[in-house]
Design a protein around this ligand. Structure first.
Ligand code: HEC
Length: 173
C-alpha cells in the first residue's frame, strides 16, 4: 500500500525520468522548431525565437559555435556522456536531449545539475569553461542529434568572428 503510493508520487514528481529525453529517438521527418535558422549575425545563427542553432553549409563547413562546441564537449562532458554525445553506460545520450528538450530546460540542467537516485549530473554553473561555451556545446549536440554532422571532429569550420573573441574575453575575465 505504502509502496505503491510512493511509486505514484515518484512518477508524478519526475515525469521527465519516465520519458527520458535522451531515450526518445529523434524523428528527422518531424518539425523541430528549435532547429531552423531564421537569422545570422557575426557568425551566430538563431531560430525565429532567438534560440542558438547550428548551420552546416553544403560543402560540410560548420558554423564556429558547432566547432567550438565539439571541442568544449569533449573536454568537459565526454568523460561521462561518451564521445559525440552518444551516451555511456551511466550517463544519457544527450545528443537526443539537445533536440528533444527545450533550450531553457537543457541549460537549467547543466547550470544547476540534477540528481535522480544514484544518477548524478553535476552542476556547472560556477565553471567558466562550461558556462562561457554552453551555447556552443548545446548547438554542437543539437547538430549531432539532427544528424547534420557526422561523428568526430568537423573537418571544415567558419572562422572565429571578432564578436566571439570579444564575448569569450569578457566571459572568461
Ligand atoms: C560526472 C559525470 C557527468 C559529467 C561530467 C556531465 N554529465 Fe550530464 N549527466 C550525467 C548523468 C549521470 C545524467 C543523468 C542524470 C539523471 O538521471 O537525471 C546527466 C544528465 C544530463 C542532461 C539531462 C539529459 C536528459 O535527457 O534529461 C544534460 C542536458 C546534461 N547531462 C548535459 C551535460 C553537459 C552539457 C555536460 C558537460 C558540460 C555534462 N552533462 C557533463 C553525468 C555527467
Amino acid at each position: 500500500m505504502k509502496r505503491s503510493a510512493l511509486t505514484l508520487i515518484a512518477a508524478a514528481a519526475f515525469p521527465a525520468a519516465a520519458l527520458a529525453w535522451s531515450d526518445q529517438p529523434v524523428d528527422l521527418t518531424k518539425d523541430h522548431p528549435e532547429v531552423p535558422v531564421a537569422s545570422e549575425e557575426d557568425g551566430r545563427y538563431l531560430t525565429e525565437d532567438g534560440i542558438p542553432t547550428f548551420h552546416v553549409a553544403e560543402d560540410g563547413t560548420v558554423d564556429w559555435m558547432t566547432f567550438s562546441g565539439f571541442r568544449r564537449y569533449h573536454s568537459e562532458c565526454h568523460v561521462c556522456h561518451g564521445p559525440d554525445g552518444e551516451g555511456s553506460t551511466y550517463a544519457p545520450k544527450i545528443k537526443n536531449s539537445a533536440v528533444n528538450m527545450e533550450y531553457y530546460d537543457f541549460i537549467d540542467v547543466v547550470v544547476n545539475g540534477r540528481t535522480v537516485g544514484n544518477s548524478v549530473m553535476p552542476h556547472f554553473g560556477d565553471n567558466r569553461n562550461v558556462m562561457c561555451f554552453l551555447d556552443d556545446i548545446y548547438v554542437y549536440l543539437k547538430a549531432r542529434g539532427m544528424d547534420a554532422i557526422p561523428r568526430g571532429r568537423p573537418a571544415k569550420k567558419e572562422p572565429k568572428s571578432d564578436a566571439f573573441r570579444e564575448a569569450e574575453d569578457a566571459c572568461m575575465g
